[in-house]
Design a protein around this ligand. Sequence first.
Ligand code: DX5
Ligand code: ZN
Length: 220
Amino acid sequence: MTNIKIAPSILAADFTRLDDEIERVLKAGADYIHIDVMDGQFVPNISMGVPVVESIRKTFPDAFLDVHLMIVNPSDYVEAFAKAGASHITVHLEADKPEDISLALNMARNCGVRTGLSVKPVTPAVALEPWLAELDMVLVMTVEPGFGAQPFMYDQMKKVAAIRKRLDEVNPACDVEVDGGIKPDTAPIAREAGANVLVAGSAIFGKEDYAAVIKELRGR
Ligand code: DX5
Ligand code: ZN
């Protein structure tokens, strides 16, 4: 039985009460805190950066901070996010030249941080091949990156299944994370396809009972 991890995305949280929101969602059973970093270049939105990771790490020394860099030239910032307290850093394959993606991942690893590579909906699974054996996680976007509360892209499930199958051959311990449009009705579809880490923002934050939603997304 695969152990499913739930990663609430604070992009959807009330930023005026971020410590309460994180406290609440951790108490409700969240495994990771997903931090969506956007630079206004790689995606047409600007969200949060290193200072936010620093203050979350200070207040929550034991939380697993799953940092999703939706930024260009990630190798310029990986060390700063690692130093700020990221537990895991995911960069986008489309964000730089292949050699600089490798550089970003090696820098993160040298900082003792777990590493992930993410693909936009348009990018095929095969593009990940050169890095699959070395990653701790692959993140398959199930929306166009940049905004929360978008509809789930069901056509990404074939990609999730293909990546899970390939990982079972070359790197079975590597997690498969999905991000975007994960709700109680789409979570089972993503789990079925092979995702074992589910990012959810608008499905959780703003709801009455965080524990109930997290339990539903986890599927037991
Ligand atoms: C997109 C963001 C969102 C966010 C989750 O760039 O990464 O996917 O984490 O948003 P929801 O769960 O509201 O679709
Ligand atoms: Zn994300």
